[in-house]
Design a protein around this ligand. Structure first.
Ligand SMILES: [Zn+2]
Ligand SMILES: [Zn+2]
Length: 882
């Protein structure tokens, strides 16, 4: 034995110590040894502005469990870490900083502003990296990447130019979600929709002929200034006679046609709708079908354009009031009603978005999506849990062209130049284009926009490995093995990586996608700052240590079920770490006269409980491995947990106290203790790396090598003989039964209770009595002075009994209990149990409960039903016997 272990487990100094040693060791980086099989992952890059939240903690703990497990299991592991430049998010952070100095980005100009952002990034961009390290993430830090690194930027330009050359990138008019405050286009998923109380206005459009009129309903009257048609459903009998006629647009006087389109809902308003192609998504589509003109009446800042005539220069909301007022004056406002509208808001600043027509760059996604759909259909890529693939298919089969331009400054600037002499558009891989390849002119202007942040992250699995160069990393580690991510970015990120990977690498980017759950609060509510129910992983690490947080998250990470997290759960699992610490302390203290060279033992000659613990360990090793391979992380963790707590601590450590006292058994028992502890440390290392590394360092025979670099345990297919198994099981059952009787009668401290075990199985009795140590174990663990083994026995008055699988145990309580009082007490207890049983029966016979309650709740009720039934049977028996 090397050095003693501190009495109490104190995580912080341990965790900081090992973190430093690991980072200095180079063991997280791949070795490129040809004999090893590669295993690779890329981290979902957190925003460079980010700070570790509980979702990151879960995501990265899961990846770390896989990385450490695979590394120990002999794989050459690459886990690429990195951060995302997070266009709008980062630009906003720096703009807010500038605002404090009374400046806007326009005051600085593009170049100076970008300098500021880079300065910010140098200063704060590493925060989340340090936090990931503190969590214990064993990323291959040598390969740390940033989406705006030179190499990755080169990959972005290459991809853009190739897609452009293939005709898969184009510039076009498009109606987009626009934030007039951020002055940028927003992706559909960057818009947050919220219901608000609004109004429905009924506007009267007179027919051009002057004979009739048509009434349209709208929630946005100011957009009528940009109407280019009125549309009705072709099946709508009320309007059939009007189709093809012209109406005069009030306030503006423009003549517009009445058209028929199936998209019009006859149930909405009057069944006739105004068509504003430049400011409404549905209208944009209608206009394209009918070749209607586009009239843009609201500009990029949210003000009315010259096309809005007398309303030019007004803010869009003021214009609404004026338009309504003026229509009223002219008698063209029929009525207004309260109406709930669903408004889109900018996810960054909350401003009401404006659908707006603008020139944007697009990726044609249909040709890219087909192979990406097939890759999942044919299971080249598998989702875990499997049902997430349906969401993927749903999105991919209805995919729209991807708007990739953003009107901000921070990001990958679009590599497009426009020649001001001949009008040529030039896509280039170079940093600067000085002469026009078509006309030789030198007056070139670069496109102002940058690419959507997701454009560069779509390339992440191969751009981080050095593409477009043919690198050693790509050759060895692409495609990656597993992607671990959350469901909300399946479309944003996962789908696009699949499309880009197949298109540019000719191979899928990953073989398996594990979608983990959301972390919610203990009541199952989403965590949010406004609700005040956020659990900050950094606080939890400060309070309980990273290992406790990690183990809790993993132990709760069941597939397809959200995690309900509370500090008390973390506290609970912190006890498990104490248990591991104390068990190790016990083992280390009993290894003082032990040399590692003596650790060999012969399984066949070990006493039954030593064999049993080795078999239990073996089963646990097999189960943990299997569950890790299946991404059943909670089950893997709990399997190891129960082995350590129940089998090892509750049973074997106690029994080993007697074995160690026996000179014939001492050395081999030490060997078993040493072996089981070191295997358990290896087994648990991926889950709780810090504490296991510390405990390992205290074991002799590790030659100063990291636990991190040990081999992961493999099952040895050990088993107990039939007789040994029966003996061990009977002893455990016997001890539990005696403990049960004693506690039921409040006699736990009483040792002098005559005790008998009767069994007709003579071989079993022979086994139990052959070695005196078996009786010693029963007496020690059941806390009784004496036990007798008999083949035949009749119950005497004053004795209570419990039936076991292979016999019956009797405890003589004469003189220790008042029969009358006991009878009363047991009766009461029986009634209580019957009451509880009735309650559960009622629940379990209620079909609504069975279908609506969460699975785990139903399972819990069923389990407690079985337990109560068992207790009832025992108590009824006690009552009979009294
Ligand atoms: Zn905004
Ligand atoms: Zn030119």
């Amino acid at each position: 034995m090397k050095e003693s272990l501190d009495k109490a487990y104190e995580p912080h100094s341990i965790e900081e110590k090992w973190l430093e040693r690991w980072l200095n060791s180079d063991l997280f980086n791949p070795t490129f040894e040809p004999s090893k099989k590669p295993f690779s992952m890329v981290i979902p890059p957190p925003n460079v502005t980010g700070s570790l939240h509980i979702g990151h903690a879960l995501n990265n703990t899961i990846q770390d469990v896989l990385a450490r497990y695979k590394r120990m299991d002999g794989f050459d592991v690459l886990w690429v870490p990195g951060t995302d430049h997070a266009g709008i998010a980062t630009q906003n952070v720096v703009e807010r900083e500038l605002a404090k100095e009374g400046l806007s980005r326009h005051d600085l100009g593009r170049e100076k502003f970008l300098e500021r952002v880079w300065q910010w990034k140098e200063k704060y961009g590493n925060t989340i990296i340090k936090q990931l390290q503190r969590l214990g993430a064993s990323c291959s830090w040598k390969y740390l990447r940033f989406t705006m690194d030179e190499g990755l930027s080169k990959a972005v330009r290459e991809v853009f130019c190739r897609l452009y050359e293939e005709g898969l990138i184009y510039r076009g008019d498009y109606i987009i979600n626009w934030c007039p405050r951020c002055e940028t286009a927003l992706a559909d998923l960057e818009v947050e929709f919220e219901p608000r109380q609004g109004k429905l206005w009924y506007l009267v459009y007179p027919e051009a002929s002057g004979t009739g009129e048509i009434v349209v309903a709208t929630t946005r009257p100011e957009t009528m200034l940009g109407d280019t048609a009125v549309a009705v459903n072709p099946e709508d009998e009320r309007y059939k006679h009007l189709i093809g006629k012209m109406v005069r647009l009030p306030l503006i006087g423009r003549l517009i046609p009445i058209i028929a389109d199936k998209a019009v809902d006859p149930e909405f308003g009057t069944g006739a709708v105004k068509v504003t192609p430049a400011h409404d998504f549905a209208d944009f589509e209608i206009a394209k079908r009918h070749n209607l003109p586009f009239v843009k009446v609201i500009d990029e800042k949210g003000y009315m354009t010259a096309e809005a005539g007398p309303y030019q220069g007004l803010d869009r909301f003021t214009a609404r009031e004026r338009v309504v007022e003026d229509l009223k004056k002219e008698g063209l406002l029929l009525k207004e009603e309260d109406y709930e509208v669903v408004l889109g808001h900018c996810y960054r600043c909350g401003t009401v978005i404006e659908p707006i027509l603008s020139k944007q760059w697009f990726v044609k996604t249909k040709p890219l999506s087909q192979p990406a759909i097939s890759a999942v259909e044919y299971e080249f890529i598998k989702f875990y849990p499997e049902n997430w693939k349906n969401l993927y298919f749903d999105w991919m089969r209805n995919i729209r062209d991807w708007c990739i331009s953003r009107q901000i400054w921070w990001g990958h600037r679009i590599p497009i130049w426009y020649c001001e002499d001949c009008g040529e558009t030039i896509a280039s891989r170079e940093d600067e284009v000085l002469t026009c390849p078509k006309c030789g002119g030198t007056r070139l202007k670069r496109d102002e926009d940058v690419l959507d942040t997701w454009f560069s992250s779509a390339l992440w699995p191969f751009s981080t490995m050095g593409w477009p160069e043919k690198t050693e990393l790509l050759q060895r580690f692409y495609p990656t093995s597993v992607l671990v991510t959350s469901f909300d970015i399946i479309f944003f990120w996962v789908a696009r990586m699949i499309m880009m990977g197949i298109h540019f690498m000719g191979a899928i980017p990953f073989e398996k996608v594990y979608i983990h759950a959301l972390v919610r609060d203990e009541k199952g509510q989403k965590m949010s700052k406004s609700k005040g129910n956020v659990i900050d992983p950094l606080d939890m690490i400060a309070k309980y240590g990273a290992d406790a947080l990690r183990f809790t998250l993993i132990a709760l990470a069941a597939q397809g079920r959200d995690i309900k997290l509370s500090t008390s759960r973390i506290e609970g699992f912190r006890h498990f770490l104490n248990k591991l610490w104390n068990a190790s302390r016990f083992v280390l203290m009993n290894l003082e006269d032990f040399e590692e060279a003596h650790s060999l033992f012969n399984f066949d000659t070990l006493p039954p409980f030593s064999k049993w613990i080795l078999v239990e360990l073996d089963k646990t090793v097999a189960e943990v491995r299997q569950k890790l391979e299946e991404f059943e992380f909670d089950q893997a963790a709990m399997s190891a947990y129960h082995f350590l707590w129940d089998a090892f601590c509750d049973w074997y450590l106690e029994i080993s106290k007697l074995y160690l006292k026996d000179p014939r058994l001492r050395r081999e028992t030490q060997g078993v203790l040493y072996y089981v502890l070191s295997e358990v440390l290896k087994l648990l290392h991926p889950f709780i790396p810090f504490i296991t590394e510390e405990l390992w360092s205290k074991l002799s025979g590790n030659d100063g090598k990291f636990l991190l670099s040990q081999s992961y345990p493999t099952p040895k297919n050990l088993s107990l003989s039939h007789d040994d198994e029966k003996l061990v099981k009977t002893m455990i059952e016997l001890i539990q039964a005696i403990r049960y009787i004693k506690s039921e009668y409040n006699l736990s401290a009483q040792r002098d209770l005559p005790c008998y075990f009767r069994s007709s199985d003579e071989k079993l009795l022979e086994g139990l009595t052959r070695e005196p140590i078996h009786q010693e174990i029963i007496k020690f663990l059941a806390r009784i002075d004496e036990i007798k083994f008999l083949t035949d026995k009749e119950r005497k008055k004053g004795e209570v009994s419990v039936i076991l699988a292979n016999g019956e145990v009797y405890l003589d309580l004469t003189g220790h209990i008042d029969t009358i009082k006991e009878r009363e007490r047991l009766q009461k207890e029986k009634q209580k149990i019957l009451g509880k049983l009735a309650q559960i029966e009622k629940k379990l016979s209620n079909p609504e409960f069975l279908t609506k309650a969460p699975e785990e709740v139903v399972a819990k009720e069923k389990a407690s039903y079985v337990d109560l039934k068992d207790r009832l049977a025992k108590i009824e028996r006690f009552l009979e016997e009294l």
